[in-house]
Design a protein around this ligand. Structure first.
Ligand code: 5GP
Ligand code: 5GP
Length: 238
């Protein structure tokens, strides 16, 4: 009996179709892996006076009371429908040794205010593992922290507000004036988040600024976070 094994068998039209389909899929998969798996970043900056002036209170980092200025909360990859990825790569653990040159800047402008008091590595580890690992297609750990620091400096929020007469003096300011002062500085409308102090006053807590997928340029926000601020809010002393 004449018998051919599978490998030698000539491929018919159905075989060619399947082969082409597999090749196409292969191309598509390798291409999509090179692209970002998110649409933009939120650079989220926190006002320490508001973080500390709540029922929960706060603890200063071991290096002492941070400057009375906006600090970084995180650089968060986001989708334009408002949802977001998180904890994308359990194999990519936070590694202190990759950011030794940035630690002194991180201590100054990405200070932790959570209790118990600590140096800050816990906060940076949390932000890298929850958010940073979702933007590894565009930046590694060093770039994630370096870009965040550069963006925060560029936003120059406190100066922008002070230039418009908006100061952290426990007084109340118009939400729209705060928004305009920031827009005039960075070129785009920011998102503003409030929290409440123990007397239930609404305070300026966090500012959301949108950043392109390279993590270097401010952009118009594809979607702003849902806001619960009233029309006037307190800019707490720190
Ligand atoms: P909260 O519930 O306090 O607004 O947010 C808790 C945490 O969820 C944040 O610290 C952040 O890690 C994550 N989160 C909340 N809102 C967003 C968002 O709009 N985008 C991203 N990427 N993360 C968010
Ligand atoms: P996210 O809200 O980004 O998921 O997480 C914030 C986490 O980082 C919380 O577990 C919080 O306790 C911790 N954390 C440490 N320091 C700070 C800080 O200064 N601000 C905020 N918002 N969270 C901090």
């Amino acid at each position: 009996m004449h018998c051919r094994n599978k490998e030698n068998k000539k491929m018919g039209p159905k075989g060619w179709f399947i082969l082409k389909l597999l090749m196409f899929q292969g191309l598509f998969i390798s291409h999509s892996q090179e692209q970002e798996d998110f649409d933009f970043f939120y650079l989220v900056l926190q006002w320490p006076g508001a973080y500390c002036d709540t029922k929960r209170s706060c603890c200063y980092p071991t290096s002492g009371k941070p400057a009375a200025d906006f600090g970084i909360h995180g650089l968060w990859p986001n989708y334009k429908d408002g949802t977001y990825p998180s904890n994308c790569n359990p194999d990519s653990e936070f590694d202190k040794s990759q950011i030794t040159d940035l630690v002194s800047s991180l201590k100054k402008t990405w200070p932790t205010l959570a209790c118990p008091s600590n140096e800050g590595f816990k906060f940076w580890k949390h932000e890298w593992e929850k958010h940073g690992t979702c933007s590894e297609s565009v930046m590694d750990q060093h770039e994630y922290f370096e870009n965040s620091l550069k963006l925060r400096d560029r936003a120059n929020l406190l100066q922008a507000l002070t230039n418009s007469g908006i100061k952290p003096d426990d007084r109340f300011y118009d939400l729209e004036k705060i928004r305009k002062a920031i827009k005039d500085e960075i070129g785009f409308t920011p998102g503003i988040e409030c929290n409440k102090d123990p007397e239930r006053n609404d305070q300026l807590h966090q500012i959301y600024i949108c950043v392109d997928t390279s993590g270097t340029e401010f952009i118009k926000c594809p979607i702003l976070p849902r806001e619960r601020c009233p029309s006037r809010l307190q800019f707490a002393k720190f």
